[in-house]
Design a protein around this ligand. Sequence first.
Ligand SMILES: CC(C)(COP(=O)(O)OP(=O)(O)OC[C@H]1O[C@@H](n2cnc3c(N)ncnc32)[C@H](O)[C@@H]1OP(=O)(O)O)[C@@H](O)C(=O)NCCC(=O)NCCSC(=O)C[C@@](O)(CC(=O)O)C(=O)O
Ligand SMILES: [Mg+2]
Length: 303
Amino acid sequence: MKLRRSFLYVPGNMPGMLQNIPVFQADGVMIDLEDAVPLQEKDAARLLTRNFIQGFKDRRLELFVRINGLDTPYAEDDLREVLPAVPDGIRLPKADNPETVERLDTMLTEAEERLGLPIGHFKIIPSIESAQGVLNCVETAKASPRLVALAFGAEDFTASMEIDRTKSGEELFSARTRIIWAAKAAGLQAIDTIFPDVNDMDALRAETELGRRLGFTGKSLVNPRQIEVIHEVFRPTQAEIDHALAVLDAIKRAREMGTGVISLKGRMVDAPVVTRAARVLKTAVAFGMIEVDLSDEVIHGTK
Ligand SMILES: CC(C)(COP(=O)(O)OP(=O)(O)OC[C@H]1O[C@@H](n2cnc3c(N)ncnc32)[C@H](O)[C@@H]1OP(=O)(O)O)[C@@H](O)C(=O)NCCC(=O)NCCSC(=O)C[C@@](O)(CC(=O)O)C(=O)O
Ligand SMILES: [Mg+2]
């Protein structure tokens, strides 16, 4: 399981910010050529981004570039400049329909052929950030085998809806759930939107917790001070791990007694409860918190 808890935006025209990237503990970075970069800086940002990626050898961080929208005059230049530096993938903004993703897929295949890279090297994460995007996201999620996640962009989404974005976020609920359903149904990760107030860590925590409860597996962010809180929220707690281990132990005893259901402290344990416990433990293993046998035999009782 590839950890994508945190994806930090770094404006592509800010050398001071780019040079900090190696010290960040985020799981991924998105160098932005879109909304953080004014029109007169697009050329300089592409060059800076390309040089930075070429010189960045320690690739524990996943490196994505957010290009400009495919319907703008800038996207082709973005791809032509940055793909030769071989980032891990492209964050596609304003992915309003599956056709946009298909077009990008074709452009990436052509670039891979030109650059002698294996077809499929460049991953895609589409950003769903309009009413149209939300309505179409079920199809968008299936538009290319390059997709590893669907992302939500609430700043543009609320602009497209002609509404304000609040800290409590009721106005985002339906969009969030639809994007998560689309991602899960397509076997993708789901990445929540940025939280714009970089000084309000309590509200960032609350929003990240809500996202995790709904099914997001990670979050975009705009400031390195937000990384720690986001990682804390996505890290399983010791109580969750202990409970998950107790569930596996209980189902093992149940199977030995010839049944598929048993009570654990008064609560029923059966197959879906075991599946949820296994997910907690898989996450804990991915975080390096525990080592545990999660073979089919342990989880499903089958070899
Ligand atoms: C937010 C703020 C202005 C706050 O400034 P502040 O001045 O208060 O920051 P401080 O904390 O004081 O900075 C302390 C030190 O950290 C350095 N530092 C700060 N941020 C850093 C960073 N990101 N990368 C590296 N370094 C960084 C800084 O240079 C300084 O370094 P130093 O001077 O050496 O001490 C600043 O962070 C910032 O510009 N962020 C990036 C904004 C951006 O990219 N926006 C576009 C993407 S969102 C979007 O488009 C919406 C979306 O599309 C998204 C979706 O959800 O997908 C949708 O529609 O929703
Ligand atoms: Mg946006």
